[in-house]
Ligand binder design. Structure first.
Ligand code: UGA
Length: 502
C-alpha cells in the first residue's frame, strides 16, 4: 500500500466496475483504486453509498477507513447506487454481490442472476464479467447464458427502435475467486499467496493478467469451472484442518497431551503447515460454514460421496456444546451464575458476528439460567443489534474488567490480542470466583494459574497426564531441558508443566 499523503497512482487500463460493496466488493474496489485503476463502486443500497461518500465504512476492516478517506475525493474512484450506469461505465465488471445460504444449504444466486440480467441489458461495448462472489461450479456458464439471453432482448429492442447502441458488444465471463480473510483483507489483497483466474479467451486472460501485474504474485489461469471449484475446495480444506485439529484436541484431553504442541509438531512438516491448526470452539463467520454447506450440496446433487465433508461439519457443530460442557464442569450449576464473555466477533480483527460461536454460547448460557456480561473490542454494536440487552440477564460492557465484575467465570471466545495482555490480578480481584474457560487457547496456562485462576482450555495438558508424561520422560532418560519439571500451582496445588523449551 502506498504511504498516506502521496497522490493516488494512475493507470490507463480498462475501467473497473465493482458491483456490490460488501466485505468482498468494498476492499476490492478500494485496493484496485490504490493500484491506480479507474474504479466505479456500485451498490443498490443508497444509504450505504451516502455513508461511504461521507467517508464512513459500513464495517470494520483494518486499513480500510484510511483507503476510503484517501480515495473518496479521487476523481478516478466513484461511488454510485445506480448499478446500470456502473455497468455501462466499466469494461471489467466484478460481481461481488452476496450469495447467502438457502434452507437446503445451496447458495441463493438470485443477486448474481439479477446482475447478469442487468449486464445483458446494458452491454454498450465489450465487457469482461468477473465473478468474485463465492459461487458453485457452473455458475459462470449460467452467467454467460443469462447475459446472452438478455443481450438478445436488448438487441431486438434496438433493432425495433432503429438505434445502433450496443450492436457490436461482445463479452467474456471469468471467475476470479477471492481469498481475502476478514480482518486482513487489505493486506491479503496486496500480498496474496496466489490469484486464480478462470478464463475462456485470450482477451480475458490478458485483461486479468494486466490487472494483477502490480501485485507481483503467482497468477494461476484455469477454465471457469476449475476456478470456481478452487474457491470451494480451499475453504472446505481450511474447515477440514480446523475440524481435524479439534478432533485431535479431544483425543489430547482424553488420553493426555497438548494440542498446541501437537499442532506445532505436525505443522513443522512442510507438507502439512502450521496455519489453521488452532483448536477451539470451531470455525464461524459468513464464509466457511456457508461454503461447506454449498460444497456438500454440490457433491450431493451430483451423487458424489461427500461424507468426509459432512463429518467436518458435524465436528464443528459439536464444538460449542463441548465448550459449554467445560463451563458446566467449572461451575457445576449455571442457574443464577454471572458469566463474563470476552469476544463476540467470529474471529479477531473484525466486527463481524455472522455465524459467530460466541452467540451460540451466549444463547446456551442464557437458556441454562446464567446472566452474561459481554465485551468485544469491535463487535459490540453488531452484537447489540442481533441480541439486544436483557435487563439482569444480558449486558454489554465497555471493557474486559467491567465484564469480569462479580463474575463466577470468564470465557474467552475470540482471539483478540487485547485479551492476551489482560491485567490478570486486577481481573481476579474483580471476579466473584476466579475461573477462566478459554475457548481459543489464548492464555498461557502457567501464567493464569500463577495469577490464581482455575483454568480450563481446549485440549491442553491436564495434570494427571503431566505426571504420566514426566514418568515417560524420565524412563527414557531425556535431558531435563526437553521437558521441564512440574511446578505446583500457587493456589490449587495442582502439578503443572512449564512450556517446553525451544
Ligand atoms: C475465509 C478464508 O480463510 C478466506 O481465504 C476466504 O476468502 C474467505 O473465507 C471467504 O470465503 O470469503 P474468513 O471467513 O475471513 O476467511 O475467516 P477465517 O480466517 O478463515 O476463519 C474462519 C473461522 O475459523 C473463524 O471463526 C476462526 O476463528 C476459525 N479458525 C481459524 C479456527 O478455529 N482455527 C484456526 O486455526 C483458524
Amino acid at each position: 500500500m502506498r504511504s498516506k499523503g502521496t497522490e493516488p497512482k494512475k493507470h490507463d487500463g480498462a475501467t473497473i466496475a465493482v458491483l456490490g460493496l460488501g466485505h468482498v466488493g468494498l476492499p476490492t474496489a478500494l485496493c484496485l483504486a490504490e493500484t491506480g485503476r479507474r474504479v466505479v463502486g456500485a451498490d443498490s443500497d443508497a444509504a450505504k453509498i451516502a455513508a461511504l461518500q461521507r467517508g464512513e465504512c459500513p464495517f470494520y476492516e483494518p486499513g480500510m477507513q484510511e483507503l476510503l478517506l484517501r480515495h473518496r475525493n479521487n476523481p478516478r474512484f466513484q461511488l454510485t447506487d445506480d448499478i446500470e450506469s456502473a455497468i455501462r461505465a466499466g469494461t471489467i465488471l466484478f460481481i461481488c454481490v452476496g450469495t447467502p445460504q438457502r434452507e437446503n444449504g445451496a447458495p441463493d444466486l438470485s443477486q448474481v442472476e439479477f446482475l447478469a440480467h442487468c449486464i445483458g441489458r446494458n452491454l454498450n461495448g465489450y465487457k469482461l464479467i468477473v465473478e468474485k462472489s463465492t459461487v458453485p461450479a457452473i455458475t459462470g456458464q449460467w452467467v454467460k447464458k443469462t447475459v446472452s439471453r438478455h443481450r438478445r432482448h436488448a438487441l431486438a429492442a434496438e433493432i425495433k427502435n432503429r438505434t445502433t447502441y450496443g450492436k457490436a458488444a461482445g463479452f467474456d465471463v471469468a471467475s476470479n475467486p477471492e481469498f481475502l480473510q476478514e480482518g486482513r483483507a487489505i493486506k491479503d489483497f496486496f500480498h496474496p499467496d496466489r490469484v486464480v483466474c478462470g478464463v475462456e479467451t485470450v482477451r480475458a486472460q490478458r485483461l486479468l493478467a494486466d490487472l494483477y501485474r502490480p501485485l507481483n504474485c503467482p497468477v494461476l489461469f484455469t477454465d471457469l469451472n476449475t476456478a470456481e471449484l478452487i474457491k470451494h475446495t480451499a475453504n472446505a480444506f481450511l474447515a477440514t484442518k480446523i475440524s481435524f485439529i479439534n478432533m485431535v484436541s479431544d483425543i489430547c484431553e482424553a488420553v493426555g497431551g497438548d494440542i498446541s504442541q501437537v499442532a506445532a509438531g505436525i505443522g513443522l512438516d512442510a507438507r502439512i503447515g502450521r496455519s489453521f491448526l488452532n483448536a477451539g470452539i470451531g470455525y464461524g463467520g459468513y464464509c466457511l460454514p456457508k461454503d461447506m454447506r454449498a460444497f456438500i450440496n454440490l457433491g450431493e446433487e451430483n451423487q458424489v460421496d461427500v461424507s468426509l465433508l459432512r463429518e467436518v461439519e458435524a465436528v464443528n457443530n459439536g464444538r460449542v456444546r463441548r465448550f459449554i460442557g467445560k463451563v458446566r464442569q467449572a461451575l457445576w450449576v449455571m442457574q443464577g451464575k454471572t458469566i463474563a464473555v470476552l469476544g463476540l466477533a467470529f474471529k479477531a480483527g473484525t466486527d463481524d458476528i455472522r455465524d459467530a460461536a460466541s452467540l451460540r454460547v451466549i444463547r446456551m448460557l442464557l437458556e441454562e439460567g446464567a446472566a452474561v456480561q459481554a465485551y468485544d473490542p469491535k463487535a459490540m454494536e453488531n452484537a447489540r443489534r442481533t441480541m439486544p440487552e436483557i435487563a439482569g440477564r444480558l449486558k454489554y460492557c465497555a471493557s474486559a474488567p467491567e465484564a469480569a465484575q462479580g463474575a463466577h467465570a470468564l470465557l474467552v471466545l475470540t482471539e483478540w490480542d487485547e485479551f492476551k495482555t489482560l491485567d490478570l490480578r486486577q481481573i481476579r480481584e474483580l471476579m466473584e470466583v476466579p475461573v477462566i474457560v478459554d475457548g481459543r487457547n489464548l492464555c498461557n496456562p502457567a501464567e493464569v494459574r500463577r495469577a490464581g485462576f482455575e483454568y480450563l482450555c481446549m485440549g491442553r495438558t491436564t495434570p494427571h497426564i503431566e505426571r504420566r508424561a514426566r514418568r515417560t520422560t524420565l524412563s527414557h532418560k531425556q535431558p531435563a531441558r526437553v521437558l521441564s519439571m512440574p511446578r505446583r500451582d500457587a493456589d490449587k496445588g495442582t502439578p503443572l508443566v512449564l512450556p517446553l523449551e525451544a
